[in-house]
Design a protein around this ligand. Structure first.
Ligand SMILES: [Zn+2]
Length: 337
């Protein structure tokens, strides 16, 4: 169950008012003193229901049931107790790891549905693909890329290329690579819209991406981005490149369960959500889901996208944008105060 929990900042774990929280949840507990320090004993275990076997250390907030052996930390505990309000994803994810097997209300979960959902997700598993025909690596940024603020170094770092002929002729190809293998690519027309050119027509031909890749399951540049303290999530590859090496992208105004799982697999803990200015509502919808697993900041752009804001982007990103968000954890704390 590593990482599969509500994110609570370490420095807040000790301060969390556990007794008050149980009172609010109408869970009966009593304080006892052991040689390891003060502990709370719950009347019954939240997993197996057995009486007098569930203990939580008051300082560390680590819990264990000496009957069913379920154990964990504060994030695990709150995630489970808040389960009725939680997003179905955490139920599925946690259940998949066997964590819910002993849960005392298994009737609440439609197991058949869960299995079907898991199966359909597995079928979308990503597979390596080949680069397109006539693909050549670029060594420096062409005029279009330079106009979007992309440097020669960026071009080489992200292994961008160009197709001189074929289905992707005259397109800049930006691969999505993991472990040295291609899992997809974006093929963008190498120019901006010409004056007088129909915007709708241009939009149609702007991108021609590989048909073989499930984009909802891919994250651009995730290997490199995950090495940074905070991963910046944008909508498109060019936005991601404009952000910097800590940027990744979701290929749209949505993040899939698969993409979340991938972020967890790469041990990502902190996220800055940075979609386009017209994605405000999508961001507001997505943030609570992300808050289960990551520390989340969000930057709501007033206009355009990260690329069109690139000159002031880093400055804007530095500002603490967390005030925009009432996190799930903060909500729980507010209820307690
Ligand atoms: Zn138990």
């Amino acid at each position: 169950m590593k990482n599969l929990k509500l994110y609570i900042p370490d420095e807040q774990i000790y301060r969390f008012p556990l007794e008050k929280y149980f009172e609010l949840k109408r869970i009966k507990s009593s304080k006892i003193t052991t040689r390891r320090g003060q502990q709370l004993k719950l009347q019954s275990c939240i997993f197996c229901g057995k009486d007098e076997h569930f203990f939580i250390h008051l300082r560390t907030k680590l819990f264990i049931c000496h009957s069913c052996n379920n154990a964990g930390n504060l994030g695990d505990l709150i995630s489970i107790l808040e389960e009725t309000e939680s997003h179905s994803f955490i139920k599925r994810l946690v259940r998949n790891k066997g964590f819910y097997r002993e849960y005392r209300n298994p009737d609440k979960i439609n197991i058949k549905e869960v299995i079907e959902q898991e199966k359909s997700e597995m079928e979308e598993e990503v597979k390596p693909i080949d680069p397109p025909e006539y693909f050549t690596l670029l060594n420096k940024a062409n005029e279009y890329l330079r106009s979007r603020g992309i440097s020669d170094e960026d071009v080489r770092f992200y292994k961008m290329g160009f197709c001189f002929a074929g289905r992707y002729a005259k397109r800049i190809i930006i691969p999505i690579i993991e472990n040295g293998k291609w899992y997809g690519f974006v093929g963008r027309i190498s120019r901006d819209r010409r004056e007088g050119e129909d915007p709708k027509e241009f939009k149609k031909k702007k991108f021609r991406n590989t048909k073989d890749a499930p984009f909802a399951n891919l994250l651009f540049n995730i290997e490199e981005a995950s090495k940074h303290n905070e991963v910046v999530i944008t909508e498109s590859v060019l936005d991601s490149v404009s952000v910097g090496r800590d940027g990744t992208c979701t290929f749209g105004k949505k993040i899939s369960d698969y993409q979340i799982r991938k972020l967890l697999d790469y041990n990502v803990r902190s996220i800055l959500l940075l979609w386009d200015s017209d994605a405000r509502e999508d961001m507001v919808k997505t943030i609570p889901k992300l808050r289960f697993f990551f520390k989340v900041r969000a930057l709501f752009l007033k206009e355009g996208d990260p690329n069109s804001n690139r000159e002031n982007l880093r400055k804007m990103m530095k500002k603490d944008s967390e005030s925009f968000i009432v996190s799930r954890y903060e909500k729980i704390l507010n209820r307690l105060n």
